[in-house]
Each structure stands twice: as structure tokens, then as C-alpha cells.
Ligand binder design. Structure first.
Ligand code: TRP
Ligand code: SF4
Length: 326
């Protein structure tokens, strides 16, 4: 029997190369070894986007299309939308009853987001409960592990605490304590050297058109000490070079020496990188184009995923309610 894992993404916009190397490629590999559930966390997206949810519906479908185009398979894995399996809400309710307020108020991601995010009002009951819903997502399927980035570790810790508290309150080993499967992939920075993010507008989307890729790569920050072509470059300080490391490892060493010896200029170096990225994305985008035209297939896949997820979810909810005496 394969171990079961679950992961999710919030559909807050177009997926980009950061999602691809940071999470999606990892998900694709995990499909071979685990029974995987991949979930579009649309309720979680709403917790921060509720004031302006326009575009959310399109993002949900667009993200699923990216997942499939990148190699997530509906035969190997269960692909579904959180809001289509209502049992997430029931388990969230059950967990919210037993979760002490202090655990949530102390959660570092909560405190940080309240502090950092000023253009939205996040002082809501729902947002405080963000990790409770995430715990419900994971434990509804009794997932043994959760592939996540480091930023999600506090939520996983809370998930384990909630599982432990439930089991001890109701004297039944209903919920396992899931482990984090930390993604070890290289982190890809944005075009300006900051974290790649929609809000910084420093990303290359998986669906980015070649023309745009050329324009965006041409604008990438390079080694700040290299002003003239004759200045020797420092590839270890150059974000363009780190893209070579990820997308053209066979060319990385060569670029490294050409750069140090002033035998390649940044303009040419970036032009070459743009073509590498275009080629890299071409098969994914071809698959995408077919899927975009086949809305029926996408809705069939999501419906199949919903049914598969529901089969597990329904059992867990029955056990949960019985344990709690209702
Ligand atoms: N909080 C996660 C994020 O922002 C998304 C998410 C929601 C998730 N539910 C999950 C991830 C369950 C893993 C498991 O990236
Ligand atoms: Fe960076 Fe390439 Fe310029 Fe060297 S030549 S500094 S690796 S962009």
C-alpha cells in the first residue's frame, strides 16, 4: 500500500516558474511513490482575497490546467477543488471547537501576515482560523505526509497538535500526525532578485508568451559590478546565472567561465537564456493550449477528483462525528 499525501495551492493568479521548480516538479515526482491528492485551496484564497474575488474562478481552472500540463496526472493522482468537497467545512468546524485561541494567535505566519499585509483587512475570524482549515484539509484524508515549503511548517505543526488533541479528547486514534515532506529544490528568485511573486510582478508565468519571455529576461538584474563588457563578471552574484543552473545545467559551467573572462556580454547571455526558457516551456504550453480548448475534459477531471476525494472524506466525517457524540 502506498502512503497517502496531500498538498494544496491557493489559486491567487497565474502560476509561474517559481511554482514549477519550487512545488510542481516535486509533486510530479511524488506521484510515482505516493497516493497523491492535489487540491486547489479556493477557500484559503478567499481568506485574503474576499474583498475582490474577481478572477478567482478563472484562476482555479487556469491553475489546474497548468498542473496537468506540467505532468500532474488524473490517473495517478486525485485532483480536486477544496470548495467542492463540503466535508472540509465540517471537519474545520469540528477542529475549530477544540482548537485553543492561543495556538492560532501565536502562529508566526498569522502574526507576520497581519503585520506585513497592509492593503487588505485580514483581521477576520476566518483568517485567524486559516491553519484550522489547513489541518482539516490534511486530516480529512488522514494524509501521512504533506509536501510543503518551509513557510508552511508552522501550519503543519498546528495540524499535528490538533490531531493529537482530538485523539486524546475522544480517546480514539482517528487522526495520524502528518510529517512535512520538505521540498529540497533550488529556490528560483524573481526577475529583480527578490522572491518570485505575483505581488512583485517579477515572474515569468508558465503560460508566458515567447515575446514576453524575451522582454522580461532582457530586463533581468545581473551582476551589478559588471558595467562594461570588458569588466569580468561574477556569475555567483548573478541571478541570470542561477537560471542557467536550473534550466540549462549543461550550459552553466560554460557560461560561468565566459562571464568571468568577459567573453560574453550580459545582453547575449540573457538572449540565450530567453531562448532556453522558451524551449523549456514549449511542450508544457502546447499541452496547455489543448487543455484550454477542452473545458469539458477539465470539468470531467475535477468531477472525478471530487468523487474520489469524497469517498475518503465521507468516512472520516462519520468517524469524527461519532467520536464527538453527534
Ligand atoms: N497554506 C498553503 C499555502 O499557502 C495552501 C494549502 C491549503 C495547503 N491547504 C493545504 C498546503 C493543505 C498543504 C496542505 O501554500
Ligand atoms: Fe550574469 Fe550572464 Fe552577465 Fe555574467 S554574462 S553577469 S552570468 S548575465
Amino acid at each position: 500500500m502506498k502512503k497517502r499525501i496531500l498538498s494544496g495551492m491557493r489559486p491567487t493568479g497565474k502560476l509561474h516558474l517559481g511554482h514549477l521548480v519550487g512545488a510542481l516538479n516535486n509533486w510530479v515526482r511524488l506521484q510515482e511513490e505516493y497516493e497523491c491528492l492535489f487540491m486547489v485551496a479556493d477557500w484559503h484564497a478567499l481568506m485574503s482575497e474576499y474583498e475582490n474575488p474577481k478572477g478567482l474562478k478563472d484562476s482555479i481552472i487556469d491553475n489546474v490546467i497548468d498542473w496537468i500540463a506540467c505532468g500532474i496526472s488524473c490517473e495517478k493522482s486525485t485532483i480536486f477543488i477544496q470548495s467542492q468537497v463540503k466535508e472540509h467545512m465540517e471537519l474545520c468546524m469540528a477542529f475549530s471547537i477544540i482548537t485553543p485561541l492561543g495556538w492560532l494567535e501565536r502562529c508566526p505566519t498569522y502574526k507576520e501576515q497581519l503585520r506585513e499585509i497592509s492593503n487588505r483587512d485580514l483581521s477576520t475570524y476566518g483568517f485567524l482560523g486559516y491553519p484550522v482549515l489547513q489541518a482539516a484539509d490534511i486530516l480529512l484524508y488522514k494524509a501521512e505526509a504533506v509536501p510543503v515549503g518551509e513557510d508552511q511548517l508552522p501550519h503543519l505543526e498546528l495540524t499535528r497538535e490538533i490531531a493529537r488533541r482530538f485523539n486524546s479528547l475522544y480517546k480514539k486514534e482517528i487522526f495520524p500526525e502528518p510529517k512535512a515532506l520538505l521540498t529540497k529544490s533550488a529556490r528560483l528568485l524573481g526577475l529583480d532578485g527578490r522572491k518570485m511573486s505575483k505581488s512583485y510582478n517579477n515572474y515569468i508565468a508558465i503560460s508566458e508568451e515567447p515575446k514576453e519571455i524575451r522582454r522580461k529576461v532582457a530586463g533581468m538584474f545581473t551582476d551589478p559590478l559588471r558595467i562594461r563588457l570588458s569588466d569580468p563578471g561574477h556569475p555567483e552574484k548573478c541571478n541570470v546565472h542561477s537560471y542557467y543552473a536550473v534550466f540549462a545545467p549543461e550550459r552553466e559551467k560554460e557560461i560561468d567561465s565566459l562571464c568571468r573572462e568577459s567573453k560574453i556580454g550580459c545582453t547575449d547571455c540573457k538572449k540565450e537564456l530567453a531562448e532556453i526558457l522558451i524551449k523549456f516551456l514549449e511542450p508544457i504550453q502546447k499541452k496547455r493550449d489543448k487543455l484550454v480548448k477542452n473545458k469539458k475534459l477539465i470539468s470531467d477531471i475535477l468531477d472525478g477528483g471530487r468523487k474520489k476525494a469524497l469517498l475518503i472524506a465521507d468516512k472520516t466525517i462519520k468517524e469524527t462525528k461519532e467520536a464527538m457524540g453527534i
